[in-house]
Design a protein around this ligand. Structure first.
Ligand code: G3P
Length: 219
């Protein structure tokens, strides 16, 4: 399973990239706006730097809602780097724009997907990635991970090439479940990625080994 980080924070991306486990990055207007406010930098500069760090797919979301606008904005964003993936909202205009962007060789990530039928249409439009939002479904009392299972089953039935990004991940169990289902990718915030590297028994074990060693060897 590929692991993406869901952030536009360059420091967080550099840190996780240094662990050697990072395959890509997802951003959205909320995440990018937060970094623009925090750093005063231009969005294009932030995105370019992220692409240079990760050298894998970096999702940048359009804000236009009509298909012509999405295509225009998508093409502009794609000029920033070969790694830019255009994040397009799951609407009829989004489907039209996806088909056009893909026909021009631009990677796309269909976002805000909340049903298996939306994911079916996204794959038929030829999107490179699809992003079901698991945590937001959990928030309204639906089991988000069931949606991922349904999408995986449908995509397998028809051998769609679209890769499933489990998004809106909130806690470590989302990652375990995504991996057990065999999802292609999980995108998670820094805090969740940090948590999955840790276990209290690992820390206790290290301390015990070092104490036993010191007792004999000194130091
Ligand atoms: O990748 C999607 C993500 O940015 C949305 O997460 O926690 O705002 O639902 P959240």
């Amino acid at each position: 399973m590929k692991i993406f980080i869901d952030t536009a924070n360059v420091e967080e991306i550099k840190e996780v990239a240094s662990w050697g486990i990072l395959d890509g990055v997802t951003t959205n207007p909320t995440l990018l706006a937060r970094e623009i406010k925090r750093t005063g930098r231009k969005p294009e500069d932030i995105l370019k730097e992220i692409c240079e760090i990760v050298r894998g797919p970096v999702s940048a979301e359009v804000t236009a809602l009509d298909w012509e606008g999405i295509v225009r904005e998508g093409k502009e964003l794609a000029k920033l780097s070969e790694y830019i993936t255009i994040k397009v909202p799951m609407t009829i205009d989004g489907l039209k724009a996806t088909k056009i962007l893909r026909s021009e060789g631009i990677m796309t990530n269909m976002t805000l997907v909340f049903s298996p039928n939306q994911a079916l249409l996204a794959a038929k439009a030829g999107t490179t990635f699809v992003s079901p939002f698991i945590g937001r479904l959990d928030d309204v009392g639906h089991e988000g991970m069931l949606l991922v299972e349904e999408i995986m089953e449908i995509y397998e039935n028809y051998a769609f090439e679209t890769e499933v990004i489990v998004a809106s991940v909130r806690h470590p169990m989302h990652i375990v479940e995504a991996a057990r289902i065999g999802a292609d990718i999980v995108t998670a915030p820094y805090k969740v990625l940090e948590k999955i590297s840790k276990h209290p028994l690992t820390d206790i074990g290290i301390e015990r080994f070092l104490n036993d060693w010191k007792e004999v060897m000194g130091g």
